[in-house]
Design a protein around this ligand. Structure first.
Ligand code: SF4
Length: 102
């Protein structure tokens, strides 16, 4: 564990030596590999959302606005295929009503 200046890890890093913990075993556990699909959940703050539909333009496979201007989340588990669209929707939501959580 790094403790700052004078830490052996820091000196090792400076010299280009391998430092820190080997996390290969952790990364290779089922469910921990990105290529096996790590899902994020999209969370809507319904107190903030006003149904303007900007998110549905950015991520139409995830968000839909009905005829009454009500937002529907079509899937709340966001995989790699939807991630870029939903990231964009989170960024552009004018009410800041969206977030992604692990
Ligand atoms: S962009 Fe934000 S405020 Fe607009 S419908 Fe989507 S979540 Fe609601």
């Amino acid at each position: 564990m790094s403790t700052g200046i004078g830490d052996p890890d820091r000196f090792g890093h400076t010299l280009g030596e391998p430092v820190g913990q080997d996390v290969t075993d952790v990364i290779n556990q089922p469910g921990n590999r990105i290529d096996e699909g790590i899902f994020m959940k999209v969370i809507v703050d319904w107190d903030l959302c006003d149904g303007n539909g900007v998110c549905a333009i950015e991520a139409p496979t995830v968000f839909e606005i009905d005829d009454d201007d009500e937002l529907h989340v079509l899937t709340d588990e966001i995989g790699d295929a939807e991630r870029a669209q939903v990231d964009s929707a989170v960024r552009v939501c004018p009410k800041r009503a969206l977030r992604l959580e692990p």
